[in-house]
Design a protein around this ligand. Structure first.
Ligand code: PLP
Length: 400
């Protein structure tokens, strides 16, 4: 008899983006003359940086040539990419991370989910509320449903989780945060690392949006003392370099990171993750890794920065315009997301409907990311500048 992983039956149906699409489609059908502006989805809209396009073409040529063709590559990623990541993302910023600690993958979504393969059942897991849903659902799939602790990310906590009073095993942190757009400062991150070291917890730090940091907030958790002993970090080229459709990211598992098993022996997590990857993953394609390496060339850095600045300009335009007419808004400074506190008398969904019907602007209801997201909507800055200008004008006019 075939048995299934019954934990999957505990998952709630994910209706958020389907419900949004259904409402938007119905609205467009009923109002074909209205131009709907989409500021809901967190996908990039600018094309790939030219250096990456060139590297993809060059890689494809190499693959088509008998002398330079490559078959399976190292599961952990090619040394040319791991070395340049270790240099540019870490050692040039004063962080000591070895290229061997870097595992190249097809993106942060897979890795933040797959990492649970190396842990046992019934872990006490802390996640933010609201949260990027992958952390929650993958823990339900792994059987941790009854031991998930939700940490409110509210105005009082600066829209980031704060350490709980009791010990937990795993902690998911995301900075800059999706969906709240909040970024952790050095002190807050240090408090989390101190908590983790004291309670023998492991931090799973998602830095998918680090490229949006434009002040001195930490880009990596390893900028904080002690983090190499208690944290795994996930990075992505998706938002940094427009790779959402190309697929590349990496995970850092420092060599000093260990957990103590029930019988008291110390196990190196890097060895377990390496075993997991070499068994279940055959690496990212050569041409994609070439394109990722091109991100670190001077021209690549420049082109990626221009794209990030474009989205950040959108974010600050949205934030400032909405503040001007009296909305309470956070995020949008070091992140592509603006988190808007909705006016009294509305729920997240009713305000979503109100904006769709009256301003013809699509946003994302905060309640879709967790109960503490109720009372907020997320506005994405990944659209075009012209669309953002028009969207905020329309929203402002509603107040007039
Ligand atoms: N982590 C967070 C917080 C995200 O918001 C996203 C995508 O939106 C991802 C990870 C996924 O990244 P990737 O495209 O590298 O899988």
């Amino acid at each position: 008899m075939i048995t299934i992983n019954k934990n999957y039956l505990d998952l709630e149906k994910s209706y958020l983006f389907t419900d949004i699409a259904r409402k938007v489609n119905a609205f467009e059908k009923a109002n074909p003359d209205k131009k709907v502006i989409r500021l809901g989805i967190g996908d990039v809209t600018l094309p790939l940086p030219q250096v990456c396009v060139d590297a993809l073409k060059e890689g494809a040529e190499e693959m088509g040539n008998k002398e330079t063709f490559r078959g399976y590559g190292p599961e952990q990623g090619y040394p040319f990419l791991r070395d340049i990541i270790a240099k540019c993302d870490f050692s040039d910023r004063g962080i000591d991370i070895d290229a061997d600690d870097i595992f190249v993958s097809d993106g942060a979504k897979s890795d933040t989910g797959n990492i649970l393969d190396i842990f046992g059942p019934n872990l006490k897991v802390a996640v933010g509320d609201p949260v990027y849903p992958v952390y929650l659902d993958t823990n339900i799939m792994a059987g941790n449903k009854d031991s998930i602790i939700k940490l409110p990310c509210t105005a009082e906590t600066n829209f980031q989780p704060v350490p709980p009073s009791k010990p937990v095993d795993l902690i998911y942190l995301c900075s800059p945060n999706n969906p709240t757009g909040s970024v952790m400062d050095h002190e807050t991150m240090q408090a989390w690392v101190d908590y983790a070291l004291e309670n023998k917890s492991l931090i799973l730090f998602d830095a998918a949006y680090e490229a949006f940091i434009s002040d001195d907030s930490p880009h990596s958790i390893y900028e904080v003392n002690g983090a190499k002993k208690c944290a795994i970090e996930f990075r992505s080229f998706s938002k940094k370099a427009g790779f959402t459709g190309v697929r590349c990211g990496y995970t850092v598992v420092p060599s000093d990171l260990t957990v103590t098993t029930e019988n008291g022996s110390e196990i190196k997590l890097r060895e377990l993750w390496n075993r997991r990857q070499t068994t279940k993953f055959n690496g990212v394609s050569y041409i994609v890794q070439k394109a990722a390496a091109a991100v670190y060339t001077p021209e690549g850095e420049k082109q990626c920065r221009e794209n990030i600045e474009y989205y950040l300009r959108n974010a600050s335009l949205i934030k400032e315009a909405l503040e001007e007419v009296g909305y309470e808004v956070s995020g949008g400074k070091n992140a592509p997301y603006v988190w808007l506190s909705i006016p009294d008398g509305h729920t997240s969904w009713s305000f979503f409907d109100y904006l769709l019907e009256n301003a013809n602007v699509v946003t994302t209801p905060g309640s879709g990311f967790g109960a503490c997201g109720e009372g907020y909507i997320r506005i994405s800055s990944f659209g075009s500048y012209e669309d953002c200008v028009e969207a905020v004008e329309r929203i402002k006019n509603l107040k007039a």
